[in-house]
Ligand binder design. Structure first.
Ligand SMILES: Cc1ncc(C[n+]2csc(CCOP(=O)(O)OP(=O)(O)O)c2C)c(N)n1
Length: 636
């Protein structure tokens, strides 16, 4: 019987010897590889923390001890050990296991994550609550070196060092964010890792611990004491020590006996402790070890050949690649153009720009707020920065956009990637709020292209504009929209794609495809809607809206892949109400709830954003009375 089959929850782990756990680690790696090859998911980060997660669950007592996973993309081993192994074939699938910690899934998931650098604040909050309630248990935050570049993590590090609560921070240092890690903190960690004194001491200690297992804790304690007295000579982790932490490490994160000893030792220490664990991202699989960037997050792939089965790819160039490549082209004409990413050079397509213009490219780490104000500084000093960021992560930088950029009317381009539903990453990652949190900020122009050609036209426009411009676009390109012609942007005008009468569908970005399909469907019912590509969300094309009113349109339907509250539809309502009272407006978009994970098609269907449901909704608002496009669907 395989060891893994015996592990139903973390208590079973405690019955194993360390040697058995080492075998178990290999079984878990194989299990993750086989499953993620089928479902897709975050591979390299999970392969890197197998021994670390085993050691944590071996030493600590979850869920009494609270374990918080920063970002949470590396929580698969934790999920396997906490009764969710059988669900792994459903990972990231609609209705299945989430790719991130979820309180609704398990009592062992004590805090939900998805966005980076939150674990230390949450852990400190939990530790303080524990102290106030006079309870006793450990609170452990596991944070990567990438996540440690985030402002929130640094704020919490600052706070926790002062508060003297018992708090255990496990720094999982694999030298990688998604791309190689950046910044002074990363260089500092690298200095600790490569310090010859550390290596020498590590060798001696490891030898001693292995030869006298009975004296492990005693010895570790002595080492700590010694280190405290001679910390400057010992060098490792002085920065953390100065901030108020007991620093331990660096520890080899794949050496289970060592990890277990260190963690047992950490349990005894009073006050905040930081244990520095060095791991290899992608450990145990040739392709992810040699290319951890590609294997950070994968779609289903061929395990033997390491080849991706790119189910999402439709052979078209993505918006992200278009951005990166077109900026390379524009950079020749505009020497003031610079490009900034917050740790996502590949995902945003800026990697093309990085290669062509390394000195005009800036990866600031997982630091979206800093990225925006850094861009503001550049713009105030005569440059034209493009900040490329995923919609969901831009949520972090609301005040920087408002206070530092728009208030000063600085000419920055926000290239907002992954707008709309993103699919399998789920509720922490859908980019469905940006129109709502940007639309009310003065001076900001907001655009959304229907295809990659239009994105280029918008970038042309934005580079010449003397104000901030946000351009939002989805992860996927639509084959149907790809071939539609796209003219230059003048006067903020919308584009009429299809002329009709009485009903007009005003759609933004990815929803233009839904609008065209719905209009087509409605033709069967004698309704011939006008279809408009509402490519500028702010300012609205008021001339076109007025024209619809003067031409006796009675129903306007807005369609967006943003929440309805405060979105594009709301903007249309605000304009129409009181001005054109004969027109009825219905708003279609994302409903007022957090949307789970699944394919974009599944999610759209679940939100009644599929063609039939959309047509049905419109039919019900026509003066032809209540018509049901699909009686069967209505009954169900
Ligand atoms: C605020 C925010 N920005 C960007 C991301 C995208 N992201 C997910 S994982 C990751 C890298 C994390 O690196 P690290 O913490 O070192 O973990 P590793 O994957 O190396 O184990 C990034 C940038 C995010 N989740 N949250």
């Amino acid at each position: 019987m395989k060891l893994l089959e015996k592990i139903k929850d973390p208590h079973d782990l405690k019955k194993l010897s360390i040697k058995e756990m080492e075998f178990l680690a290999q079984e878990i790696r194989q299990f993750i590889l086989e499953n993620v090859a089928e479902t897709g998911g975050h591979l390299a980060s999970n392969l890197g923390v197998v021994e670390l997660t085993l050691a944590i669950h071996y030493v600590f007592d979850s869920p009494i001890d609270k374990i918080i996973w920063d970002v949470g993309h590396q929580s698969y081993v934790h999920k396997i050990l906490t009764s969710r192994k059988e669900l792994f074939s459903t990972l990231r699938r609609f209705g299945g296991l989430s790719g991130f910690p979820k309180r609704s899934e398990s009592i062992h998931d004590v805090f939900e994550t998805g966005h980076s650098s939150t674990s230390l604040s949450a852990a400190l909050g939990m530790a303080k609550a524990r102290d106030l309630k006079k309870e006793k248990y450990n609170v452990i935050a596991v944070i990567g070196d990438g996540a440690l570049t985030g402002g929130m993590a640094l704020e919490a590090l600052n706070d926790a060092g002062r508060l003297e609560s018992n708090l255990i921070i496990i720094l999982n240092d694999n030298e990688m964010s998604i791309a190689p890690n950046v910044g002074a903190m990363s260089s500092y960690l690298s200095k600790i890792r490569s310090n010859p004194r550390y290596k020498k001491v590590k060798k001696i200690v490891s030898k001693l611990l292995h030869s006298f297992p009975w004296c492990g804790n005693w010895l570790a304690e002595k080492i700590e004491k010694l280190k405290n007295s001679f910390k400057y000579l010992f060098v490792s982790g002085v920065l953390f020590e100065e901030l108020g932490y007991t620093y331990m490490g660096p520890v080899d994160g794949h050496d289970l006996p060592m990890l277990v000893r260190y963690l047992n030792q950490v349990k005894q220490i009073q006050g905040p402790t930081l244990i520095h664990v060095v791991t290899q991202k992608g450990k145990g699989y040739y392709y992810s070890e040699t290319n951890p960037v590609q294997y950070h997050g994968v779609s289903p792939f061929d395990l033997k050949k390491g080849k991706r089965k790119d189910l999402h790819s439709n052979g078209l160039i993505t918006f992200s690649d278009t951005l990166g490549l077109y900026l390379v082209h524009l950079a020749r004409q505009f020497p003031e153009l610079t490009a900034i990413t917050a740790a996502m050079p590949q995902g945003t397509g800026l990697v093309h720009f990085q290669k062509a213009y390394p000195h005009r490219f800036f990866d600031v780490g997982i630091a979206e707020q800093h990225a925006v104000t850094f861009a503001a500084g550049m713009a105030a000093n005569g440059l034209k920065p493009v900040v490329a960021v995923y919609s969901t992560f831009l949520q972090r930088a609301y005040d920087q956009i408002l206070h530092d950029v728009c208030r000063q009317n600085l000419p920055i381009i926000f290239a907002i990637d992954r707008a709309g539903l993103v699919g399998e990453d789920g509720d922490t990652h859908h980019g469905v709020f940006d129109i709502s949190f940007l639309r009310h900020i003065p001076n900001l122009i907001i655009m959304t292209p229907k295809n990659t050609e239009e994105l280029k036209n918008m970038l042309d426009f934005a580079l010449k504009a003397n104000c901030p411009v946000a351009i939002r676009y989805p992860k996927e390109t639509s084959k149907k929209l790809a071939d539609l012609p796209s003219g230059p942007i003048h006067n903020f005008d919308w584009e009429v794609l299809q002329d009709g009468r009485e009903v007009a569908i005003l759609a933004t970005g990815s929803m233009v495809e839904n609008a065209l399909d719905t209009a087509n469907f409605l033709n069967n019912y004698g309704i011939y809607p006008t279809v408009v590509n509402a490519r500028i969300i702010k300012p609205l094309d008021r001339i076109l809206l007025d024209n619809l009113a003067y031409n006796n349109f009675s129903l306007l339907v807005t369609m967006e892949d943003n929440v309805i509250q405060g979105g594009f539809g709301s903007a249309v309502n605000e304009y129409i109400i009181g001005l054109h009272e004969s027109i009825k407006v219905i708003n279609i978009g994302i409903s007022d709830k957090f949307i789970e994970h699944g394919t974009i098609q599944e999610l759209k269907a679940s939100l009644n954003l599929d063609t039939v449901s959309l047509a049905e909704k419109i039919l019900n608002h026509t003066d032809k009375g209540v018509l049901y496009a699909t009686p069967e669907k209505r009954k169900s």
